[in-house]
Design a protein around this ligand. Structure first.
Ligand code: AMP
Length: 187
């Protein structure tokens, strides 16, 4: 069962991805974590993306698409992919369809965790204290939220036509969201 978690930064995608990962014995694919790793390693990719990441801007489709390519085709992870933060553009969504199709897979479930800006700002300010992420300050949060909502509108339209698309109120308590997600996952 391949699952996409869709929603603005701070919507709780990472938390729910970890829960689903345990439930289906799956693999969380967080492009944000992968990109932060590249920066930590100070790799060529890391050097290219550091400014955009810290500014709350999206990294280019080319870089992100390349990063996830091998994971999708890995036979061990087949049918157990949990996408957290990908796809974020129509180009990425189409690329994902092609890659899944190439390895005879598909997207089985899409959850849109919908949360308003005020809730996000409050949540990310808390996360800043715990995780100390460079892109978690108030101005950057607002920019990341706006960029996300603006850039991902076509992606949302694309997926909302899928019969397995479910919108969930992301301002609910973690356990309530988990219970809703749970009711759609058949293992
Ligand atoms: P996240 O951890 O998902 O909130 O992502 C943190 C940052 O990583 C974003 O603000 C973007 O700069 C970058 N990023 C993560 N995933 C993507 C993606 N799929 N496409 C473009 N940029 C991304």
């Amino acid at each position: 069962m391949n699952i996409i978690l869709f929603g603005p930064p701070g919507a709780g995608k990472g938390t729910q991805a970890k829960y689903i990962q345990e439930k289906i014995n799956g693999f969380q694919i967080s492009t944000g974590d992968m990109l932060r790793d590249e920066i930590k390693k100070d790799s060529d990719i890391g050097k290219k993306i550091i400014n955009d990441m810290n500014d709350g801007k999206f990294v280019s489709d080319e870089i992100v698409n390349e990063l996830i390519k091998n994971i999708i085709s890995d036979p061990q992870r087949k049918g157990k992919l949990i996408f957290d933060g990908y796809p974020r553009s129509l180009n990425q969504a189409k690329n994902l369809d092609i890659l899944l199709n190439d390895s005879k897979q598909k997207v089985d479930l899409i959850f849109f965790l919908n949360v308003n800006k005020d809730t996000i700002v409050k949540r990310i300010e808390k996360r800043k204290i715990i995780e100390n992420r460079a892109d978690d300050d108030s101005d950057t949060i607002i920019k990341r939220y706006d960029t996300y909502m603006e850039t991902t509108k076509p992606v949302l339209e694309f997926y909302s036509k899928n019969p397995n698309f479910y919108e969930i109120d992301g301002s609910l308590e973690i356990e309530e969201i988990t219970a809703k997600i749970d009711s759609f996952i058949k293992v």
